[in-house]
Design a protein around this ligand. Structure first.
Ligand code: PGA
Length: 243
């Protein structure tokens, strides 16, 4: 696992955007695995700038998102489809039909999950995946549990995730209790991963990740078995974990 310590959020966004740029410039039809949440917003801003400056071209790129809340449709500002459209896709030259987010309002979720996995396979896998990390160590919505699920599936959100994500909703009661998420197997099959974390809330999860022991109580620790992971953390976290 490569560890990169950056000064702050801004530098983290620049470093990760450069990795994206290199990937796209090496393979114009890259398949990018994208994430939502506060962490990647700065990265997406940089990608928009780079696209405007003609440093990168999304014409042939495909994107696959990690997860979506159950029950929210694309018009709901808290849905991850809405987030992606409004933080990235509407501002770059990507073809909308080449952007995939799981459907949180699917009629048949078993089928939606199976088709999502099939799509990833048909695309030839994900070239570069960006991940945030939950304070509880979740990646995508693979929550701490007795066991981890390999394929795309429906999951119950933990109390800590519902509390953390309630900042985006009017009330904690409005936060969906379930999500559809890529599984651990899908994430482990990606060719290259960038995991980004800033701020004191993430110290414990990152400490456990970098200690190298693997536990389902912190799903991110499974990444210790992946061959190409870059973890980008800010100085605050680095100081707390003596790195
Ligand atoms: P955040 O969420 O980027 O909003 O901190 C990360 C996550 O929960 O995976």
């Amino acid at each position: 696992m490569n560890l990169v310590v950056v000064k702050d959020y801004n530098e983290m966004s620049n470093v990760s955007a450069n990795i994206f740029k290199n990937t796209i410039n090496q393979k114009s039809n890259s398949v990018l695995g994208l994430a939502t949440g506060s962490t990647p917003i700065g990265l997406y801003k940089r990608l928009i700038e780079m696209n405007n400056n003609k440093e990168i071209d999304f014409k042939n790129v495909t994107t696959i998102n990690l997860d979506e809340y159950i029950g929210l449709d694309e018009k709901n500002p808290q849905s991850y489809r809405y987030f992606m459209d409004n933080n990235l896709f509407n501002y770059i030259n990507i073809k909308k039909e080449n952007t995939f987010v799981p459907n949180g309002r699917a009629k048949n979720f078993d089928l939606e999950c199976k088709n999502y996995d099939k799509r990833i396979q048909e695309l030839g896998g994900i070239d570069l995946q960006v991940l945030g990390i939950g304070a509880n160590g979740h990646i995508a919505f693979n929550e701490p549990s007795e066991y981890l699920i390999s394929q795309t599936h429906i999951t119950n959100l933990t109390k800590s995730t519902i509390e953390a994500n309630s900042r985006f909703f009017n009330s904690i009661n409005d936060v969906p209790k379930q999500a559809i998420t890529m599984g651990i197997g899908q994430i482990m099959n990606t060719k290259k991963i960038i995991l980004m974390a800033t701020g004191k809330d993430k110290v414990k999860a990152i400490r456990e990740l970098l200690e190298g022991n693997i536990t389902t109580k912190n799903p991110a620790t499974i990444l210790n078995l992946h061959k190409n992971v870059t973890v980008i953390i800010d100085e605050l976290i680095a100081r707390e974990i003596n790195r």
